[in-house]
Every structure is written in structure tokens, then in C-alpha cells.
Design a protein around this ligand. Structure first.
Ligand code: BES
Ligand code: MN
Ligand code: ZN
Length: 505
């Protein structure tokens, strides 16, 4: 889909579909009023009839004369007082998917929320274009071509009446393209089956992205992983016929850098549970256990392409977690790269093992902050469902920033504590620590474990097990992989003026 910006009047556009919007309880204004007038009041009519009220993400389709377009899709923005950039994105996604499903090929629309919504023009254009790119995403690589013609939008033109604002629209669209393509890249990786997206393939995809965008990338195989003393990662990896990979991606800004963020992603390309094997039902979903790694690839891509003024180092620990004659066994003890010994009580708590070595390695880049993204625990779904990512941290400052970024993007985070009292649960019997915390506070136990490897650098652990995958989907996320984390961390980086401070204690 080609997205362009142009000056002009929306009602004059020679396309098959116009998309306009409306707040609840407010009369049409701006572009919507112009289309209403051109069509002889067709939009006012559906409002007067009460067929359409402008509720958020509700749509109406209007067929009327007076315009070149075959149809007008009207979408609700909800109450003006509750309006945000994220709602503009959602409404845009809703409207453009509706138009696509009706067979729209060429669409003209406006920047959602730039007028009455009070958003900056570039911000509104970004939200609109991002809604289109994220909402129209499909993963159909594995569908055989059955001759059925796919409905696909070919072009979207964002029209602005005030020609002096077209430049800002274009800038917003450009940023949306970078962000949207980065999120969709992460989604593609997560949706790919484990047999295709092996650790080797994941590393190759990361390397290809880095080459494409022009940043540094190093990939280490089993030999280097063992020589780097990554005993915890190797412990998980040795139970699989697929070789593990450790990936380091580095984005360095051209001008002055405002600091360094290290991002660590869990890259378990398939989690069977290992010897502590998972039950069969729903196990197919465990191909998504590399969602943190996929987000890391997307974050590096967007940070570099947006030329953000922060150095970002992306680290991916990629492996399968399989049962095998050589696999890790409950009761085994591993020595992590940091020297800490770990008693493995459950081989299905593998994410924290591989991240232990990634977090420890992250310190070699002298980061100002570390963030890890991991589908770490089923317990986070019990606690927060699918609406929020769990965040556990050693820096209130970093959590505040993540919360703000989450509220802005809609990729919301909710904090869980890492109090010393929780340490008891992971005390080792024969080693320093064990990898499971028993039945209570499962997500926190994971966080407490990782804290041992995070050091003194402000660090936040994001448990995305509930947010990385969506069965039902949302307007801007059609089901399956969500690509969560890419927009969240890119927003954190865009708002980054100085490094976060650690808690004093
Ligand atoms: N990959 C899973 C967590 C997960 C669960 C991700 C559901 C996405 C959806 C993780 O490796 C795991 O198996 N965690 C265990 C930890 C337990 C053994 C301490 C869990 O949550 O049961
Ligand atoms: Mn597991
Ligand atoms: Zn896992």
C-alpha cells in the first residue's frame, strides 16, 4: 500500500472510497462537513436517523451522489474529551479495514484528530497512517494460492485542505511507515512456525534487517556461546538439535548520543517445556516464545531508521527448548556467565536462564539502562490478562517513563514489585538460586531471578506473555502476533532526554 500526502479538498478526490470521521455528540466539521455538503447531507441523515452516533470504532457506510467516490466510510472517534492519538490510530485502523473488506482499492482520507481532536498535524498523520499499516496487516504467507482474489488496498492519500500543512503530514506518514513496518516485521517473525523460524533463521533475519538499515550486527553460534561462558543459555540449548544463536545488534546515532539503552529479547523459537514438558493443548502457540527477540529486532530497526539520538544495543538469546537425550534435567545445576550457579527445578522456566546470560553480557556495552522483553510467565496472564505488560524494575524513573510510553501507544504496562521478601522463593538448596518460585507470585519470581543479573544499571523487565499474542485481535492488530514492545520502546527512546536514574537504596 502506497501512502501519500496531498493538498486539496477530500470531496473532490477521484478514488473509490473516502474515509472521514466524527466525534460523538458533535456536528460534522471540517472535511466531514465538506463531504456531507457535497453529498447533499448524506452524513447528517444517518446521524438524524440515529443509525450512527460516532461511538469509538463504530462505522457507517454512505452511498451518495455528488462525489466521485463510490462510497464514504464514516468512523466514530468517541467522545472528544477522551480523545488521544491512540484512539485516532484505532479509529483509522477500524475504518481502513472496513473499507478494505468492502473492496476499496484507492482511498482518500484526512489526518485523524488534527482538527477538532487537537493533535499536532504530524502526530495525527502518523496515527492515521500507522492505523492503516497495522490494521491492514495480514499473515498469509502459508496460504496456498487458491485462485481467490485478495482484497488489498493499493493506495491511501491523506488529504489536507491547508496546503501549508502537507509537509507535516508527509513527515508523520514517513515516521508511521518506519514504525508500522518495524512492528509488522516483528509480527511476521512471531507468526512464523518454529520449523521455519529456528534460532539460526531468527539470527539471519536479524542480520538481514541490520544490513538493510545499515547497522552493525554480530551473530555467535554454539562454539562462541560456550567460550563466552554462557552456561545458562547453553544449558537450555543443548537439548535441541537446532543450534542456538546469540545476536548483538548496535545502532549508533550520527550526532551526539543522549545515552545507551540495551534491549535484551527472549528468543525461544519453540518452547516445549523441555523435560518438564508442557501439556499438549495449545502447545502450538509456543512458537511465539521469541516475541521478545522479535520486538528487539523491530526496536533496533525503528530506532535506526528514525535516527533517534540514543545508542541502542539489541541482544537476542535464541534457542529452542526441547526434550532430548542430552537435555537439561530437573535438578541439574548450571553456571551462568556471571559465575552465579543456578539449580534448575523446572526446565520449562527456561526464559530466565537464557536471559540471565543476555543481561549479564549487556553490561559489556556500559549501558545507561537495560530493558528486557520476554514471554516469561503464564502467571502474568493470570494477573493482568491480555491488556497490560507486566513491568518489574530497579528504577522508578524508568518505570514512569515506560508507563507514559505505554499510555501513549496503548501498549500499556503495569508494575509488579520486586521486594527483597520475594527473594526467599528462589533461594537455592544446593546452588546460589533456583529457577522456579513455587506456586505464588510466579511472574515476580521470574523478575527476582533476572534481577540477579541486572546489576546496578537501571533495569526493567517486561513480561509480555499476555500481550505478545492475541486470539481475538483488535482494530490495529488483526489477531496472532501483536508486535508488542516495538512501539512502546521506540516511544521511550523518542521521549528520552537523559538517562534514567536508579533508585537510591
Ligand atoms: N514461555 C513460557 C511462558 C508463556 C506462557 C508464554 C503462556 C506465553 C504464554 C515460559 O517459558 C514458561 O513456560 N513459564 C513457566 C514458568 C514456570 C515453570 C515457573 C510457566 O509460566 O508456567
Ligand atoms: Mn517455558
Ligand atoms: Zn518459554
Amino acid at each position: 500500500m502506497k501512502i501519500t500526502a496531498a493538498g486539496g479538498s477530500i470531496q473532490d478526490q477521484k478514488v473509490d472510497t473516502l474515509v472521514v470521521n466524527l466525534f460523538e455528540e458533535i456536528k460534522p466539521g471540517g472535511a466531514t462537513a465538506a463531504v456531507d455538503e457535497a453529498t447533499g447531507g448524506a452524513i447528517t441523515r444517518i446521524l438524524d436517523l440515529g443509525d450512527f452516533k460516532g461511538e469509538l470504532n463504530s462505522t457507517a457506510v454512505v452511498y451518495a451522489g455528488g462525489i466521485a467516490a463510490d462510497r464514504v466510510v464514516v468512523v466514530g472517534l468517541g467522545k472528544e474529551a477522551d480523545f488521544t492519538a491512540n484512539k485516532a490510530l484505532q479509529a483509522a485502523a477500524t475504518a481502513f479495514t472496513k473499507a478494505r473488506d468492502l473492496g476499496a482499492k484507492n482511498i482518500a482520507s484526512i489526518a485523524f484528530g488534527a482538527g477538532a481532536g487537537g493533535l499536532q498535524v504530524a502526530e495525527a498523520a502518523e496515527a492515521t497512517a500507522l492505523g492503516a499499516i497495522l490494521g491492514l496487516y495480514r499473515f498469509d504467507q502459508y496460504k496456498s494460492n487458491s485462485g481467490e482474489v485478495k482484497k488489498e488496498v493499493q493506495s491511501l492519500k491523506i488529504v489536507e485542505f491547508d496546503r501549508s500543512k502537507v509537509r507535516q503530514i508527509r513527515a508523520g506518514v514517513g515516521d508511521a511507515q518506519i514504525l508500522g513496518e518495524s512492528v509488522n516485521l516483528a509480527r511476521d517473525l512471531v507468526n512464523s512456525p518454529g520449523s521455519h523460524l529456528t534460532p539460526t533463521a531468527l539470527a539471519n533475519e536479524a542480520r538481514a534487517m541490520c544490513k538493510d538499515i545499515g547497522i552493525k550486527c554480530s551473530v555467535y553460534g554454539p562454539g562462541r556461546i560456550r567460550r563466552m561462558n554462557m552456561g545458562a543459555l547453553w544449558g537450555v540449548a543443548k537439548g535441541s538439535r537446532e543450534e542456538p544463536r546469540f545476536v548483538v545488534m548496535e545502532y549508533e546515532p550520527q550526532g551526539t548520543s543522549r545515552g545507551t539503552l540495551a534491549v535484551c529479547g527472549k528468543g525461544v523459537t519453540f518452547d516445549s517445556g523441555g523435560i518438564s514438558i508442557k501439556p499438549g493443548s495449545g502447545m502450538d502457540e509456543m512458537k511465539m516464545d521469541m516475541s521478545g527477540a522479535a520486538a528487539t529486532v523491530g526496536i533496533l530497526r525503528s530506532a535506526a531508521a528514525l535516527e533517534l539520538p540514543v545508542r541502542v544495543v539489541g541482544l537476542i538469546a535464541a534457542t529452542e527448548n526441547m526434550p532430548d537425550g542430552l537435555a537439561l534435567k530437573p535438578g541439574d545445576v548450571l553456571t551462568a556467565r556471571s559465575g552465579k550457579t543456578i539449580e534448575v527445578l523446572n526446565t520449562d522456566a527456561e526464559g530466565r536462564l537464557i536471559l540471565a546470560d543476555a543481561l549479564d553480557y549487556a553490561h559489556t556495552f556500559k549501558p545507561d539502562a537495560i530493558v528486557d522483553l520476554a514471554t516469561l510467565t503464564g502467571a502474568i496472564i493470570v494477573a493482568l490478562g491480555h491488556e497490560a505488560t507486566g513491568v518489574m524494575s530497579t528504577s522508578t524513573d524508568l518505570v514512569d517513563r515506560l508507563r507514559q510510553a505505554g499510555d501513549y501507544t496503548g501498549e500499556r504496562v503495569w508494575e509488579l514489585p520486586l521486594w527483597d521478601e520475594y527473594e526467599e522463593a528462589i533461594k537455592g538448596k544446593i546452588a546460589d538460586i533456583n529457577n522456579t518460585g513455587g506456586r505464588s507470585a510466579g511472574s515476580i519470581a521470574g523478575g527476582m531471578f533476572l534481577k540477579h543479573f541486572a546489576g546496578d544499571v537501571p533495569w526493567a523487565h517486561l513480561d509480555i506473555a499476555g500481550t505478545a499474542w492475541s486470539d481475538k485481535g483488535k482494530p490495529h492488530s488483526p489477531g496472532g502476533a501483536t508486535g508488542v514492545g516495538v512501539r512502546l520502546i521506540t516511544r521511550l527512546l523518542r521521549e528520552w532526554t537523559k538517562p534514567p536514574v536508579a533508585n537510591s537504596s
